[in-house]
Design a protein. Structure first.
Length: 388
């Protein structure tokens, strides 16, 4: 086990008669010894290229990669001390499943009895102990993926890299294995980086999550930080199920108070929201904002209060157009003057469609972003501060 550091790592793909593609752009991250980190983002954001550069299967165009204090970005994969579970599995067809899993242990000349013990233990954890005598071509894609994962986890390595490690598994099994795999990684203090497009998987497994878009690291933080203090509009719109409600807005001042004129999709003013008085520590934010400045208002669905009384907090009134009970949450769609707000509550609401709904907006649900740069200005009416 060891720490992992990426210093302004860039990957540019150059193809004949085509413009170069900057897949990863000056990526810098420091991952502590034993930390579990997820690379999260949409397809084509650079997360798999980043993982493959750490493993050594892609060259680094610029920058450096260090495992511990040792620069490894110019070393071949076999000399880096990494173990990788491939999205495409990369199993050895002529070998039994048991031999695929224990291949690295056999190469390291562990006693055969010890190899069999470790292979059996990891196979039981991943629920593939019943296929150990079979061969990769004769098992399902989900089983092959778990064999690839077992082969990586059983290996002694400085860093473990997992590329979409559970994408082929059915939801119920995936939920069970997430818990087991995280316990396994924590018990052994395995420094781990994994790629996923599944937010639930990232939140369940990772200590910190790196959100990427178009090759650029947008934010690197804990799941709570990403949700409660997104660094920019992209993170706010990407993190959360459903994601944050975002609306263009302009600041106005009236009778010494500040508020937001919120716009609909047509760019017309839909409704006005007067903001509560700012706390003394946030009044510098009020001085920074200027009347008429183009902003985006963010409202986190889980923080909006259904049925707030007058005087408790800023309120909006709207028309209920959808009401879905998902077994543990209600997802509501409320139309407020041509702006559709998504609201999540942890109770079932017996409200007919088209009924009037009052929504309370506590400070914790309010977020402000600069429309031009996308940068976060305030969370819960506190200055955003920080950055990536």
């Amino acid at each position: 086990m060891a720490s992992l550091k990426l210093e302004e790592v860039t990957k540019i793909y150059r193809r004949r008669r085509q413009p170069p593609v900057r897949a990863v752009d000056t990526l810098s991250m420091e991952i502590a010894d034993g930390e579990i980190v997820a690379l999260l983002g949409p397809s084509g954001c650079g997360k798999t290229s980043s993982l493959r550069m750490i493993a050594g299967f892609e060259s680094v165009t610029e920058g450096a990669i260090l495992i511990g204090e040792r620069p490894v970005h110019r070393l071949p994969p076999a000399q880096r001390g990494v173990a990788m579970a491939f999205e495409a599995y990369a199993l050895y067809p002529p070998l039994r499943v048991a031999d695929n899993i224990g291949f690295s242990l056999l190469r390291e000349r562990h006693p055969r009895q010890e190899i069999e013990r470790q292979v059996r233990a990891i196979a039981e954890m991943l629920e593939i102990e019943d296929i150990l005598e079979r061969y990769p071509p004769n098992i399902s894609a989900g089983q092959q993926q778990r064999v690839s994962l077992a082969r990586a986890l059983v290996r002694r390595a400085a860093v473990h890299l997992l590329d979409e490690p559970m994408s082929q598994l059915e939801p119920q099994l995936r939920a069970v294995l997430r818990t087991r795999i995280k316990e396994f990684l924590i018990e052994r203090s395995l420094t781990t980086v994994f790629v996923t497009h599944d937010q639930n998987e990232a939140v369940a497994l990772a200590d910190r999550v790196a959100v990427m878009e178009q090759g650029v690291l947008q934010q690197f933080g804990t799941p709570a930080e990403l949700k409660n203090r997104p660094a920019n509009l992209f993170v706010a719109s990407f993190i959360g199920e459903p994601a944050m409600n975002l609306f263009p807005a302009r600041l106005f001042r009236a009778e010494g108070r500040i508020g937001l004129a919120v716009e609909n999709e047509a760019g017309q003013e839909a409704f006005r929201l007067e903001l509560p008085p700012l706390a003394p520590e946030a009044q510098s934010l009020e001085r920074e904002l200027r009347e008429g400045r183009a902003l985006h208002l963010g409202l986190r669905p889980h923080r909006i209060v259904v049925g707030a009384r007058e005087g408790e907090m800023p309120r909006l009134k709207g028309r209920l157009i959808s009401n879905q009970w998902l077994g543990d949450q209600s997802h509501l769609g409320v139309l407020v003057d041509d702006c559709l707000l998504f609201v999540v509550t942890d109770r079932s609401l017996d409200l007919p469609l088209e009924s009037e709904v009052t929504l309370g907006l506590p400070p914790a649900c309010l977020h402000l972003f600069d429309s031009e740069s996308g940068k976060a200005l305030a969370h819960g009416l506190q200055p955003a501060g920080g950055g990536v």
